[in-house]
Every structure is written in C-alpha cells, then in structure tokens.
Design a protein around this ligand. Structure first.
Ligand code: FAD
Length: 400
C-alpha cells in the first residue's frame, strides 16, 4: 500500500486528500498540521461566512504567471460550486461572491473534513513538519517514509491561523526557488496625523493608489478607517501594488457618482437656502461628518463658520477635497493582518496540469505556497481548492 503525506490541513490540503482518495482508494494518507485543529483559517474567511468562490472567474482577478493560471482555471477541477454541492453544501450568491447557503464558514470546514476523513486517512494535528528529504523511491518526512508528498502549508499571511511560511523552506530544500514575498489583501498604514480621528468611519469611495505621482491602480467600494490605517475591499485589493514602490499616496474620490460641478451647485444651493446655518451641517448632507471635519480642517474652514460667510473659492476648495482627498501611505499593514501572500514558489517549476514539482518527482505543491494570488471575493480560496484538487488527483494517480 503506497503512502502519501499531505503537509497542511488547510483549504488546499483537505481538498487534496479528498481527490487523492477518489483517484486511488488504496492510498494510505497522512495529513499533518502544526495547529491543534484543522482548517482554522477557513473559519476566519469571509468574516466567518467563507466567500469560497466567485461567479466571475476571469483572469483579471488573479495574479501570477498567466499561462499557469489559465490552465488551472480551465481545469475540470475548477468547478468549486459543484465540488461543494457534491459534499452536500448548497451555495448562496451576493454580487457574484459565493458563500455556503448556511452563511457559516464552519459548513465549508466540516464538509471538507467529512470528505477527507476515512479509515485510510489519518490526520495528525499539533505536528509540525520541519524536514523533508528526497530518497530514491520517495521521501522521508520528519524521519518517516512516504511514497509521495503534497506540500500545502500556505503562505506567510496571518500566522495565527497556521501558515507561518515554514513550508517555503521545505520546498527550497527540495530544489525549488522562491520569489520575493509581500503582504497582500491588507490595510495600509496612514502617515497623516490629521486623520487619526477618522477611526471607525466607513464611506463609499473611488480609491486611486499613486506611487511617485504615477497611478498604480484604482478600485471603487467601501473604505474603512481603522487605527492609523485605511482598509476595506478596494484598499485591500490595491495593497499588493505597493511592493517596491516609493512615495505612496492614496487619492479618495469621496463622491464618485457626483461631478465637481454638481457638487459645487449642491453646496451653493445649501448655502443659499440656509445662510445662517453652520457649514458642517451642509457638508453632513454629503459625507460622514468626521470626514466632513477632515475636509473642513484641510480647507481651513472652521466647522462653525456661517454659510453666508463662505467665499466661492473656499467652496471650490471643499469640492476639490471631496473629489480628491489625499492620504500619505507609510506601508501595508504587514503579514499578520494580510489575508494572503503575494509571491511564493515559482510556478515555472510546477506543472499546472498535475501540480507536480519539476524538481522532485512525487512532490506536489498547491495553494498559497505558490506564486499565485487573487483579489478579494473568493478568488484565493478558489485557487487553493482548485490547485489542491488537481494535486490530490494527480498524486493519487501517480502513486497507483
Ligand atoms: C482573515 C482571513 C480571511 C480570508 N477570507 C477569505 C475569503 O473570504 N475568501 C477567499 O477566497 N480567501 C480568503 N482568505 C484567504 C484564504 O483563506 C487563503 O488564501 C487560503 O486559506 C490558502 O489555502 P492554503 O491551503 O494554501 O493554506 P492555509 O489555508 O493557510 O493552510 C495551510 C495549513 O498548513 C499548516 N502548516 C503550515 N506549515 C506547516 C508545517 N510546517 N507543518 C505542518 N503544518 C503546517 C497550517 O497550520 C495551515 O493549517 C482569507 C484569509 C484570511 C487570513
């Protein structure tokens, strides 16, 4: 009976176990995880609801080598909704994002465990793998012999959920190379002191990221100010573009659906209708009041200023700030608060058809350990599940 070791009982590892068993029911599988419980990260995904895939799987939402990604996304294993339906999980859609119908991430974790566990599979938790050596017919994993290995210990993001980057070293020791690593899908640290009071404020905005005054990317959606940082899906989606960039700035259009002219006219009309009102009351009809204060502060207008005292030039300045509110960015928040890792094991060293290593026969790599990642919206789990399934199926066939 052939033996397969799966390193990491996360999203990709559990899928790999399910497909390996299907492809080779005689296979003896051991799944190792350094954490006390499997799939801890899955429980944290989608704010506890697990956004596990997306209806729009076009390439623009994924980052990595294009041909590698195309091959994965066109694979029969990329139908993740059907995969979970077969495991008994019905799905629910919100703006293209797919969640389990129960809206509980535990549904996904339990379905994967139910699918992966059987009498031929052993799960060893609190078991950290620190040494894998290639031998003539297989591998020794922490001293124990296995015919094949699937390495799926994730990236370096959010180590509290298990993935501490330790599997990169294991892959490197087996002949693989690593790109530079960078936190992705995370908030950005703000250096402007005047914005400290904005903590907790949410707003719809168009977010433009600049480096050295050159536009790096833009995204629209809900932003959120946190402790000395800015976050929200558009900001998180842009965070990976900060790598190797200098003089980072964000420009917020706080009224993306309104033209400058219409904004000016609206303010002017408010001022004319309520000349004795304080200007903050007029701004409060347009943006969150704390943001309004920040706008007034930057334009030199006191919140208590009477409307009738304001000049057109001051109104113009307010409109300019509402359409282009500049924020200086220090850096991304870091791996601990990032949802994924940009970079990883180079994909030209792995076959996209099988996920088998081109450096060590019998070794398979899948999930976030690879140099692939996606936007916020179910894309990263989609990659983990799909590559995990391909790796599991291929390992099962390889060890037949
Ligand atoms: C807070 C948060 C929310 C997220 N929300 C979403 C979302 O809604 N949708 C989405 O698509 N993506 C989301 N993601 C990203 C997604 O969860 C990951 O991209 C995905 O889980 C990666 O799967 P993986 O199997 O490669 O790695 P992981 O799920 O990280 O699993 C790796 C496993 O390997 C184990 N391990 C690591 N090293 C070792 C070792 N040396 N020995 C033994 N075991 C080891 C770890 O303990 C871990 O259990 C989120 C991430 C975070 C942190």
């Amino acid at each position: 009976m052939k033996k397969l070791a799966i390193i990491g009982a996360g999203a990709s590892g559990l899928c790999a176990a399910i497909e390996a068993q299907k492809a080779n029911p005689d296979l003896k599988i051991t799944i190792f995880d350094r954490m006390q419980k499997c799939g801890k990260k899955i429980l944290a995904t989608g704010n506890g609801r697990c956004n596990f895939t997306n209806n729009d799987l076009s390439l623009k939402h994924f980052y990595g080598e294009n041909e590698f990604l195309k091959s994965i996304l066109s694979s029969e294993f990329s139908d993740i909704k059907a995969f979970f339906k077969n495991l008994g999980v019905l799905s629910y859609e919100e703006d293209g994002r797919i969640y389990p119908r129960s809206q509980q991430a535990s549904t996904i974790k339990e379905a994967l465990l139910k699918g992966a566990q059987n009498e031929k599979t052993t799960i060893k938790t609190e078991f950290r793998i620190s040494d894998i050596k290639k031998s003539k017919n297989g591998f020794t994993v922490n001293g124990e012999f296995f015919d094949g290995v699937i390495l799926c210990g994730g990236g370096k993001a959010s180590s509290v959920h298990g993935s501490d980057g330790s599997c990169y070293k294991l892959a490197e020791e087996l002949g693989h190379s690593l790109t530079s690593l960078y936190p992705a899908l995370c908030g950005l640290v703000i250096s402007d002191k005047d914005l400290n009071l904005l903590k907790g404020v949410r707003a719809e905005a168009l977010v433009r990221l600049y480096s050295d005054n050159m536009l790096s990317g833009s995204e629209a959606g809900e932003i959120q100010f946190t402790d000395k940082a800015i976050s929200g899906i558009p900001v998180m989606n842009l965070s990976h573009l900060c790598e190797s960039k200098r003089s980072l700035k964000i420009n917020l259009d706080l009224c993306p659906e309104i033209t400058e002219k219409a904004l000016f006219n609206h303010l002017k009309q408010g001022i004319n209708s309520f000349p004795d009102a304080e200007f903050e009351a007029i701004l409060n009809g347009i943006v969150n009041l704390k943001l309004g204060f920040a706008v007034m502060n930057r334009s030199g207008i006191k919140p208590q200023s009477k409307c009738k005292a304001l000049k057109s030039a001051q109104l113009n300045e307010v409109v300019k700030l509402l359409k282009c509110f500049e924020i200086n960015i220090k850096s991304p928040k870091g791996f601990e608060s990032a949802q994924v890792t940009k970079g990883g094991i180079k994909t030209n060293e792995v076959s996209p058809l099988t996920m088998m290593s081109k450096k060590a026969e019998g070794l398979f790599l899948c999930g976030e350990i690879l140099d692939i990642h996606g936007d916020c919206g179910g894309y990263n789990l989609h990659l983990a599940f799909t590559t995990g399934r391909i790796a599991g199926y291929s390992a099962g066939k390889f060890l037949k």
